[in-house]
Design a protein around this ligand. Structure first.
Ligand SMILES: [Zn+2]
Ligand SMILES: [Zn+2]
Length: 363
């Protein structure tokens, strides 16, 4: 132990291993209050690489609970502001900001390679998405949620075990497909919370993540933390037969020489004739007027998806937006990242026989 060893105190903790942390990647999904606190803790603990994923920008209401943001960050992508602050806290941690939603920000291959994934999200819909993607590649997930004075930590370390999805009804789980479900109803608004609760839940998440990285077994899978009663106790979850988040990808994953900057045409050329490469999320196609000129060119411009209605320039008919998850529908020159495919994604490819093969894009 030396005076300038940053981890001198940690080395005295039984079982602590700075080397293991230094080689580990943690993926933090959601860089709001909880994500700030968790990312800060992991960087201070000397995690080697942090992938931060969040599509949002910093708002003034974030500042009372977010250690990595200052007033000058308002309007900036949360991931960029957080990466900058984390660089000051831990020069040895490589931070990769991804200012996208989960499906476009972090590939399944990256989730598969991560030592731990941290869910710091505030909607059921995004939680279910993260749970589903982690299940596909059996990535260890530590998910947290905060209420006004209480919070929960849910671990998903083995797809055969009961998960957070098992505790919900089928309707709640399908929040993913219901844009204005009662669960995410805008009228209900966000739950109130404050830094005390955030820090409390983040501390439990950090401990669970560090122990998972060290390979130490954890005896609980869900924890409820209540500051009003002083109780913190494990909650038993029961496996629900209809919960869909227990089926990892079956079969071998083939390494693909292309990365997500390749085009849809290049990918098609690299696959066997008749193979149908698919994306996990749909990408927008140019609206088509059936009455006039039925062109089917797909675009890489995701902004099209944000324009609910456009009009045919010839006949003035309102054109409905169109989407696809078949990469052969995309323009051959459209890049995979422009179509929402994240780095190191594992793409499903439907073979002419009807079965699927799995192709992992390179980094
Ligand atoms: Zn489940
Ligand atoms: Zn027309």
């Amino acid at each position: 132990m030396t005076e300038n060893d940053r981890f001198a105190r940690e080395r005295l903790v039984p079982g602590w291993d700075p080397g293991t942390f230094g080689r580990a990647t943690a993926v933090v999904v959601g860089v709001g209050a909880l994500g700030n606190e968790v990312a800060k803790n992991l960087a201070l603990a000397g995690i080697g690489r942090l992938v931060l994923c969040d599509p949002d920008t910093v708002e003034t209401t974030n500042l009372s609970r977010s250690v990595l943001f200052g007033p000058h960050d308002v309007g900036r992508p949360k991931t960029d502001a957080a990466a900058e602050a984390l660089g000051r806290l831990s020069a040895d941690t490589v931070v990769e900001p991804r200012a996208h939603d989960l499906a476009a920000g972090v590939g399944l291959g990256e989730l598969a390679s991560a030592a731990v994934v941290l869910g710091c999200l505030d909607s059921l819909r995004s939680r279910m998405r993260l749970l589903g993607r982690c299940a596909l590649v059996e990535a260890p997930l530590v998910d947290g949620g905060t209420g006004p004075w209480e919070g929960e930590v849910r671990l998903r370390l083995d797809t055969r075990e009961a998960c957070y999805g098992c505790t919900l009804t089928a309707h709640q789980r399908s929040a993913d497909d219901v844009p204005w479900s009662c669960l995410d109803a805008p009228a209900a608004g966000p739950l109130g919370t404050s830094i005390g609760t955030t820090a409390l839940v983040a501390a439990w998440m950090t401990q669970a993540a560090l122990l998972t990285v060290l390979g130490r077994p954890l005896p609980y899978r869900m924890l409820r933390v209540e500051s009003l009663t002083g109780r913190c106790a494990p909650v038993v979850m029961t496996r629900a037969a209809d919960c869909p988040h227990h089926r990892p990808i079956e079969g071998d994953v083939t390494a693909c020489a292309l990365n997500n900057r390749a085009t849809a045409g290049e990918l098609a050329a690299a696959l066997a004739p008749g193979a149908e490469p698919l994306t996990w999320s749909r990408f927008p196609l140019l609206p088509r007027c059936g009455a006039c000129h039925p062109y089917t060119e797909a675009v890489g411009d995701r902004a099209v998806a944000d324009t609910p209605f456009s009009r045919c320039e010839r006949c003035g008919r309102v054109l409905r937006p169109r989407f696809s998850n078949r990469l052969r529908d995309a323009a051959p020159h459209a890049r995979l990242d422009e179509l929402g495919v994240p780095p190191e994604e594992i793409l499903p490819v439907r073979q002419p026989r009807g079965d699927y093969t799995w192709h992992r894009l390179s980094s």
